[in-house]
Design a protein around this ligand. Structure first.
Ligand code: ZN
Length: 391
């Protein structure tokens, strides 16, 4: 390991309106939109798992002039590649490239929870460096043996990824501390530890990462706490960490994992559909009522502390599923499957638009095509009508 980690090569120009995730999130940290500079905002990273997800996200970015960040988990890549993650990378990226080429905004593609600990993890990460514009090297936890990795190993492995990615212009996101909860079958942990301030300093200096996911109390998955209880994040710690990071390099940006804020109206809509269809499974209804997300005021607190990449997934999945229940309730014998597809994709688009507006990520690459203050997320109104109401 040479003394100084390589700096991110920002002269690399990706084709087809693509750029590194860091280029987008550092703009958000500085509050840059067009030629203006204002309040900092956040770039939500949308975990896409299907082509509908990509279409919905691209539509939302275009409508709002947002910075677009599409993230892929290992299980999403398996899904795209019929079990083969590297093939999944090829399939998903060639589709996104076609879409991004005609885009009016900048798009980054990011590997979520890549690891450099295991042999399969290394293989996927190396392939991602060839195909994406940003990677996460989550070496804080050995997910197979379910143990926290020693700091020294986390630093060494993450540094290997930085050595490989930074010279070719890909940003690298590291993770320090262990995040509880289950994101998907490949990323789950029952325990959680807060990021230590001394370790943060050492980790940032020795790895050279410009994006870091510290742990400040967020959790993966749809059940971030007990029903009725508010999730409390350690915002003072987040500010302490930001101070340390800014002293090293003010281009370092933090990443909030498990930052989903659920939409109460989506759960209400889903329960209404289940009731109307006379679905006898009261356990399913209860599940919808028991989902717990992180309140938006907590996420806003994080954005002020330099968390300019916020990973959101659960609320988007829920919106898709609620829309599917609504579509089946409205019409369960329509042979035109495109109709169901459109209902779900439009709902996902609404969810993405709403989240981009909440995060302040609009008007970055061009003026929004709607009045963002007038947009009212509603599953009972068509996307077309919601857009025209906000025009
Ligand atoms: Zn995560």
């Amino acid at each position: 390991m040479s003394k100084q980690p390589p700096v991110l090569n920002t002269t690399r120009k990706f084709p087809d309106n693509m750029t590194s995730a860091h280029a987008l999130v550092v703009k958000a940290k500085r509050g840059e939109k067009g030629n203006a500079k204002g309040k900092g905002y956040a770039v939500p990273a949308f975990n896409v798992t299907t082509f509908q997800g990509i279409n919905a996200a691209m539509k939302a970015f275009e409508l709002l002039g947002s910075s677009g960040l599409l993230a892929f988990s290992n299980s999403a890549l398996k899904h795209f590649g019929e079990g083969d993650q590297v093939f999944g990378l090829d399939v998903a990226t060639s589709y996104i490239k076609k879409m991004a080429k005609k885009s009016s905004v900048k798009i980054a593609t990011h590997l979520d929870h890549g690891d450099y600990i295991t042999e399969p993890g290394r293989k996927v990460l190396q392939a991602a460096v060839q195909r994406l514009t940003s990677v996460m090297a989550d070496n804080s936890t050995d997910h197979i043996n379910k143990i926290a990795m020693p700091l020294k190993d986390n630093i060494e492995l993450t540094r290997e990824v930085v050595d490989m990615a930074h010279p070719v212009g890909l940003s690298v996101e590291g993770e320090l501390g262990v995040l509880a909860g289950e994101e998907d079958e490949d990323t789950k942990s029952e325990f959680s530890t807060y990021t230590n301030t001394d370790e943060l300093d050492q980790f940032l200096k020795e790895t050279g990462v410009l994006m870091l996911a510290p742990t400040i109390g967020t959790m993966h998955g749809p059940n971030k706490g007990k029903p009725g209880q508010k999730v409390k994040l350690n915002i003072p710690l987040a500010h302490d960490l930001l101070k340390i990071a800014n002293e090293i390099n003010d281009e370092i940006v933090f990443v909030a994992h498990g930052a989903s804020t659920l939409y109460p109206q989506v759960a209400e809509y889903a329960v209404k559909q289940l009731n109307e269809m006379g679905n006898g499974k009261s356990a399913d209804r209860q599940k919808w009522q028991d989902f717990v997300g992180t309140d938006w005021d907590q996420i806003e607190g994080l954005i002020e502390a330099g968390f300019c990449k916020i990973n959101t997934d659960t609320e988007n999945r829920q919106t898709f599923l609620a829309a599917l229940l609504g579509a089946i309730n409205e019409n369960s014998a329509k042979i035109d499957i495109r109709w169901y597809d459109n209902q779900c994709t439009d709902a996902l688009t609404k969810s993405y638009i709403q989240k981009l507006i909440m995060a302040g990520n609009y008007g970055v690459w061009h003026e929004p095509k709607i009045n963002v203050d007038k947009f009212k997320f509603d599953l009972g109104i068509s996307l077309k009508d919601l857009i025209s109401q906000a025009s």
